[in-house]
Write a new protein. Structure first.
Length: 110
């Protein structure tokens, strides 16, 4: 039969092991989240750059100032909409990371 002190020691060791595993899992998840976020930001930068170059190509071949003004106006309008969408995507991604992190630390989770 185990002594009371040995049982307490085993329980403490098990708790430390669980905490260590939880911390390791959290660090792994954080690294994955950072990579996902970085990739999303790079995707956005790439899309924005493509759109800017397309607008510049269009502007390079205009025949009038009014055509140039329309191209610029359209570009600014589209970039504004694109930026709002991109901010929402990044915000949603970060919020999901937070929800996942909180779920991982919920009491009673093994």
């Amino acid at each position: 039969m185990m002594a009371k002190g040995e049982k307490m020691s085993e329980k403490a060791a098990e708790s430390v092991k669980k905490a260590g595993k939880s911390l390791k899992d959290a660090a792994t998840n954080a690294a994955g989240n950072a990579a996902a976020l970085n990739n999303k930001v790079i995707d956005h930068a790439e899309a924005n750059t493509r759109a800017a170059f397309a607008a510049m190509r269009s502007a390079a071949s205009v025949k009038s100032v009014s055509d140039l003004a329309k191209i610029q106006t359209d570009y600014v309008k589209e970039q504004g909409a694109r930026s709002m969408t991109q901010v929402k995507e990044v915000g949603d991604l970060i919020a999901q990371f937070g929800r996942d992190a909180m779920a991982a630390w919920r009491p009673g989770k093994d």
